[in-house]
Design a protein around this ligand. Structure first.
Ligand SMILES: Nc1ncnc2c1ncn2[C@@H]1O[C@H](COP(=O)(O)OP(=O)(O)O)[C@@H](O)[C@H]1O
Ligand SMILES: [Mg+2]
Length: 313
């Protein structure tokens, strides 16, 4: 059982809820940020919305904030940039530090580290516009998936079913990031595991009639199903949670986060990627899993805020 906050509201001081930003996930962040702000305000925390722009240092200094709740998604928020700004201003903040953010945002670095730890992740290669499609397909097979390395929310991703579709898919991903990878397609079920402190939360299974859990399935569709409890045997659920925690720690993530998985038809789990600042709308995945563990959305938000005080959840 995860503990509820034992810190009184005034001890947190003046809290900046950092949201928005300039990434492709700006709108999602504003929704998550508003939900966090409402939960903090409801619990008598002196919290303020701060939309992150180029003047963020000035906003933080002139606002005389005591700490920051970072609820930015994607670039500028999950990649170490805002963490660096806050470090330079000596303002404590929630979640992973610069290192954890850098390692979890970059899918190539994450996967390299996981392989070094002996954790399974789908085979992959860096690709460019000039990549030899037939040679790549000979190595990774079909279908495969093309992804920008530093992006989120399935943005810029394409499932490729034939070698002739590869060039277009790489072009699309390159619009979002200079670094692009091709990954072996894992046919099977999809799972995600929220982490709070050093606790892996209840596993959630995601089901979509789309080709994969794309942007539409994540935010717009009403045909996406979330299974929590997820239907795994107890033994497999424990295994999945253990891999998630090892993967989280391997990337030096701290405080909270979420680890995404595929599981193939033989039952093997493959790590997909890590999120150091997952969605926090009232229908997001970490809140859903926390609820199963007996933590309400409000409890969860306070527990995350506590991670800025070095308190272990
Ligand atoms: N190797 C893969 N095999 C099958 N599906 C995949 C694979 N990689 C990604 N996907 C699908 O694409 C979605 C987004 O990929 P993910 O790596 O989690 O990136 P993001 O950071 O955008 O969430 C996943 O939720 C999954 O549905
Ligand atoms: Mg994901």
């Amino acid at each position: 059982m995860i503990g509820r906050s034992i810190i009184s509201a005034t001890e947190f001081g003046k809290v900046a809820v950092l949201m928005g930003g300039r990434s492709a996930e700006r709108e999602i962040s504003l929704t998550s940020g508003q939900a966090v702000l409402d939960a903090l305000t409801k619990q008598n925390i002196d919290a303020y919305k701060v939309d992150v722009g180029l003047d963020i240092s000035e906003q933080l200094v002139s606002g005389k904030f005591d700490r920051a709740f970072i609820i930015l998604h994607g670039r500028g928020g999950e990649d170490g940039e805002i963490q660096g700004v806050l470090e330079s201003l000596s303002i404590p903040y929630t979640g992973s530090d610069i290192t954890g953010a850098v390692l979890s945002m970059n899918k190539t670095l994450s996967k390299d580290l996981w392989l070094q730890q002996g954790l399974a992740t789908a085979d992959f290669e860096q690709v460019t516009a000039g990549s030899d499609a037939d040679a790549l397909v000979a190595r990774l097979g079909l279908p495969l998936i093309i992804k920008p390395v530093n992006e989120g929310s399935s943005i810029g991703m394409t499932k490729v079913n034939s070698a002739s579709e590869l060039a277009k898919a790489i072009e699309v991903a390159t619009e979002f990031d200079a670094e692009v990878i091709a990954e072996r397609w894992i046919e099977g079920e999809e799972y995600t595991v929220g982490i709070l402190g050093q606790q892996a939360l209840t596993v959630i299974q995601l089901k979509t009639p789309n080709e994969f859990y794309d942007f539409e399935a994540k935010y717009q569709s009403n045909t996406t199903e979330y299974l929590c409890p997820c239907g795994l045997t107890q033994q497999d659920e424990i295994l999945c949670q253990k891999i998630a925690l090892d993967a989280f720690n391997g990337l030096r993530m701290t405080g909270w986060g979420r680890i995404d998985f595929m599981r193939d038809q033989s039952g093997q789990f493959y790590l997909l990627e890590a999120n150091c600042i997952p969605g926090m709308t009232d229908h997001s995945l970490v809140p859903m899993a926390a609820k199963e563990a007996g933590l309400s959305f409000d409890d969860l938000v306070l527990t995350i805020l506590e991670t800025s005080m070095g308190v272990k959840a």
